[in-house]
Ligand binder design. Structure first.
Ligand code: M7G
Length: 307
């Protein structure tokens, strides 16, 4: 949603908190904008303190001694140093709401058979809309944000800032390379034939990041999510020191390992059992649960009986 004035945002009425994180300093709210029938999500995130901001904070703030210690202070800074990034999703579908809602998680062991018989049919019928990706390709959206474009239909890609990055400081640098071929849904579709594509993305993006943002390849976390939210292959580039969401084991696969695996075994990702972490309310989890494919601990009495 594009706001004509900040008033729309101020008048957002909150229905509930979907999730929050003290560590990441974020909170995600479900609610409604004034005069709109459909639900919306707003995601608020405190911005990292860059070196420049830190200096300004020291020079331009009111400091009060904290009540419990002589060494701690509470700092009230100028509004301009107190930025909060706000992202909105409007209209928000039930799928969006589930994606952001805090939920118990589970780990699934997906064999190649389970991929073909459970995951693939589900993602073919149910995955998130890719219109935003095609709009970017056709320069109908975010054209001014494109950092680099390689137009080759087999090895090309578009590099642009991820929605999560406000581009103001490298402390939370987050860029996305979206590949040009439209037939690679995820890691599962990658074979040795895609090595030139992956190398091209890695080599060109790291050069661009070095010249534009001054970071070396060794300072970047470069990875692919499995399962992704959007089934059109894209590669995440984040600053290594930034604890970006989704960098944990069970979600992120380092690009360098992906390339090495494909060099060793051409159909590695068609054969491999892949583990993924998924929320309990996710439709894909429910498919696995219905089919009795979620690992559960056998009750103690049953173990005793079997002895
Ligand atoms: P993912 O691995 O499919 O799943 O990543 P995730 O969203 O659970 O991480 C998709 C990435 O695309 C995320 O990092 C999103 O923040 C980003 N993204 C999603 N949308 C709808 C947009 C968009 O419209 N523009 C941009 N620039 N990034 C987006």
């Amino acid at each position: 949603m594009v706001f004509n004035s900040a008033t729309d945002l101020f008048d957002f009425s909150t229905k509930r908190v979907l999730c929050s994180s003290n560590k990441r300093k974020t909170v995600c709210l479900e609610g409604r904008f004034p005069n709109s029938g459909e639900p919306a999500i707003i995601f608020l995130e405190k911005l990292p303190i860059s070196y420049k901001t830190a200096q300004n904070l020291c020079n331009n703030s009111i400091l009060e001694k904290s009540y419990n210690s002589v060494h701690n202070y509470e700092c009230t800074s100028k509004l301009s140093l107190n930025g909060i990034k706000i992202s909105t999703i409007y209209p928000a579908t039930q799928k969006h709401i589930k994606k952001y809602e805090s939920q118990p998680m589970h780990i699934i062991d997906e064999t190649s058979n389970l991929y073909i018989n459970v995951t693939l049919p589900y993602i073919t019928s149910e995955s998130f809309n890719l219109k935003w990706v095609y709009n970017i390709f056709e320069h109908k959206a975010e054209e001014e944000s494109i950092v680099y474009e390689d137009t080759n239909t087999e090895t090309g890609f578009i590099l642009l800032p991820d929605l999560k990055w406000n581009q103001k400081q490298i402390e939370n640098l987050y860029l996305l390379a979206i590949v040009k071929p439209r037939n690679i849904k995820s890691l599962r579709d990658l074979t040795d034939k895609h090595i030139p594509l992956l190398l091209n993305v890695r080599d060109k993006v790291t050069k661009v990041i070095k010249s534009k943002y001054g970071l070396d390849e060794s300072q970047l976390r470069i990875y692919i999510h499995y399962q992704p939210s959007y089934y059109h292959l894209h590669i995440h580039f984040t600053y290594l020191q930034y604890q970006a969401p989704g960098i944990f084991i069970g979600r992120a696969h380092l690009l360098s390992s992906v390339i090495k695996n494909l060099e060793l075994i051409p159909d590695y990702y068609q054969k491999k059992t892949l583990q993924f972490i998924i929320k309990e309310t996710d439709g894909l989890f429910l498919q696995y649960k219905e089919k009795g494919l979620v690992k559960e601990v056998v009750k103690e009495e049953e173990v005793v009986k079997e002895k």
